[in-house]
Design a protein around this ligand. Structure first.
Ligand code: GLC
Ligand code: CA
Length: 576
């Protein structure tokens, strides 16, 4: 098993990264063009969301051919050049394997439709009357999870869009096909794989109605999931690659099994519990302010739980399905910089592998589209209709999308202050974020040593410099305040203490005498003695003024500035 604990992954959404041929869609040559930037940032793996042939109903998560490149993004030669050029800069690619479902345009599904029984067994078809779906399960994109095919007099399962038909993993032939796809890409030089909604692939043999929920409790972390993953990894010979599974509505005990090295399943897992703390009653489409107490509890649970079980977390706030974190839990106004840095530091120094989603490193914000015509995402368009049907006004529905739409993260990457942010010469496929301005561009932040971009670089450098970040244990500290979070990382005699104020207001944090004489390693702002009148009489107020001062306080509380972030390290660390 390769040691990946000091690695950092950067996620690229190719469609919105950089367009080189002026068609408004990002492409693979555009990624090659930006490799120097990525190397400079210091990341190790580039996760590319799907670039395979696809009708693009779900932006490539509806794959119609797993072994080719969609001409929209370039050619196989472009991809080979990308692999080569990345490696020349010490970076590896991580491909996105969408194995829960295929596009209905995939040859397998087309042959199933044409009546070939072999291929009907590749999917989950059920007999049934046209007016009664086999179960009452709901699609994740809204509506029934079943679609009727009159020609076959059968229904097929589709947990996502109607054009994304779920594969039948209980059929060994399907599992063999998927292994071959992995071997194909490994032979091309791919050393990383991200598995899309992989914990949904094992469905129960008998499917029944769900009278408590939408059906997910029957197929999430399903009956044969661990068996199938072990077999896939072993037979495709990808045990030496970095692998991450996207786990939908999962549990801690399953994630320990997915990612504990002794199980020989995956390197790590994404879970989404911490990104549901602003869902009212668990409903993504019901707005609520984030519940910070719950957020803290979830970090404590998953960080310490995965540690105890020898599992490994993927650490992330952002991806192509999530709104921008600075808009969601930070501040788009005066504390834009501070909050973006605090949120970054908070997760990068935890135990696990950090993921940066394109644009996060420059504090990109939500799209703030004023009109429904600007949205492209199938889930957003479906839910807009559902919200209207449920009696919401257009304004309310738009406000909900503005906070929750996946298009928030898919707006074009902001490279420079040009008309389309240096993303393209032409009108992009998805409009620029409404708040696009020079300060939120790579070019501006490269010139500023105090930028969000510079801060991300520091975090990555620290991970490589201080083994305590990659390999240390984690323990959370009692701050006696829901709005402040503190944890310590320990590796032999090295120790780091991370202090975060999650709020846009000043907040108290409890200081333990144990933290005394610890120099500041990193902070997200400038602090003066006047910022903390309560500890003026101790050195705590001054130790935060700049790196290298010491703390000699008694146990007491200190005031942290809005979104303040401070990392203390013990002397051993300082000497590194
Ligand atoms: C994952 C992807 C998302 C996609 C869905 C169906 O959640 O991240 O973008 O729509 O799976 O493939
Ligand atoms: Ca293009």
């Amino acid at each position: 098993m390769t040691d990946f604990s000091d690695k950092v992954v950067y996620q690229i959404y190719p469609k919105s990264f950089r367009d080189t041929n002026g068609d408004g869609f990002g492409d693979i040559p555009g990624i090659i063009e930006k490799l120097d930037y990525l190397q400079e940032l210091g990341v190790d793996y580039l996760w590319l969301t799907p670039f395979f042939p696809s009708p693009q109903r779900d932006n490539g998560y509806d794959v119609s051919d797993y072994r080719s490149v969609n001409p929209l993004f370039g050619t196989m030669e472009d991809l080979e050049a990308l692999i080569r050029e990345s490696r020349a800069r010490s970076m590896e690619l991580m491909l996105d394997m969408v194995f829960n479902h295929t596009s209905t345009e995939h040859e397998w599904f087309q042959r199933a439709l044409a009546g070939e029984e072999k291929y009907q067994h590749y999917y989950i078809f059920r007999e049934g009357a046209p007016d009664r779906a086999p179960t009452n399960w709901q699609s994740k994109f809204g509506g029934s999870a079943w679609e009727y095919v009159p020609g076959l007099k059968k229904w097929y399962l589709r947990l996502f869009d109607v054009t994304q038909a779920d594969l039948n993993w209980d059929n060994p032939e399907v599992r063999e096909e998927l292994k071959e796809i992995l071997r194909f890409w490994k032979d091309k030089g791919i050393r990383g794989f991200r598995f899309d909604v992989i914990n949904l692939v094992s469905k129960p043999a008998q499917m029944e109605d769900d009278f408590e929920g939408d059906g997910r409790r029957f197929y999430s972390d399903g009956p044969h999931i661990h068996e199938y993953l072990k077999e896939l990894v072993r037979d495709a010979r990808i045990g030496d690659c970095v692998t991450v599974g996207e786990m939908s509505s999962t549990s801690l005990s399953h994630c320990i099994r997915y990612s504990s090295p002794k199980e020989k399943e995956l390197s790590m897992c994404f879970n989404f519990h911490h990104l549901k703390v602003d869902y009212k009653d668990g409903d993504k489409w019901a707005l609520m302010a984030p519940d910070y107490r719950k957020l803290k509890e979830l970090f404590v649970k998953w960080q310490t739980g995965m540690q105890e079980g020898s599992g490994w977390n993927a650490l992330f706030w952002c991806n192509h399905d999530q709104p921008r974190i600075v808009s969601r839990m930070g501040d788009e106004g005066i504390y834009w910089k501070e909050s973006a840095k605090m949120l970054a530091g908070m997760i990068h120094l935890m135990r696990g592998t950090p993921y940066i989603y394109q644009g996060e490193e420059i504090g990109m914000q939500n799209a703030h589209y004023p009109s429904i015509d600007q949205y492209r995402d199938v889930e957003s368009l479906n839910y807009y209709e559902i919200l209207l049907e449920n009696g919401k006004t257009k304004e309310e529905a738009l406000a909900t999308l503005a906070a929750r739409s996946r298009d928030n993260s898919r707006t074009p990457m902001q490279w420079n202050k040009g008309a389309f942010g240096g993303f393209s010469e032409a009108e992009p496929w998805l409009p620029m974020a409404a708040g696009f301005r020079e300060a939120i561009t790579v070019e501006a932040q490269q010139k500023d040593g105090n930028s969000i971009l510079a801060f991300y670089k520091k975090l990555i450098t620290m991970r490589k410099q201080y083994p305590v970040i990659a390999k240390g244990t984690i323990a959370f500290l009692e701050t006696e305040n829901d709005m402040t979070l503190a944890y310590e990382r320990t590796l032999e005699d090295q120790k780091l203490i991370v202090l975060c104020n999650l709020d846009g207001k000043e907040q108290k944090i409890k200081i333990s005498p144990e933290w005394s004489s610890c120099p500041v390693i990193l902070q997200n702002g400038r602090r003066t003695e006047a910022d903390c009148p309560s500890c003026k009489d101790t050195d705590f107020g001054t130790f935060l003024t700049d790196t290298g001062r010491t703390l000699t306080s008694e146990e007491k509380t200190c005031t942290m500035k809005p979104y303040e972030f401070v990392v203390l390290g013990n002397r051993t660390l300082k000497q590194l």
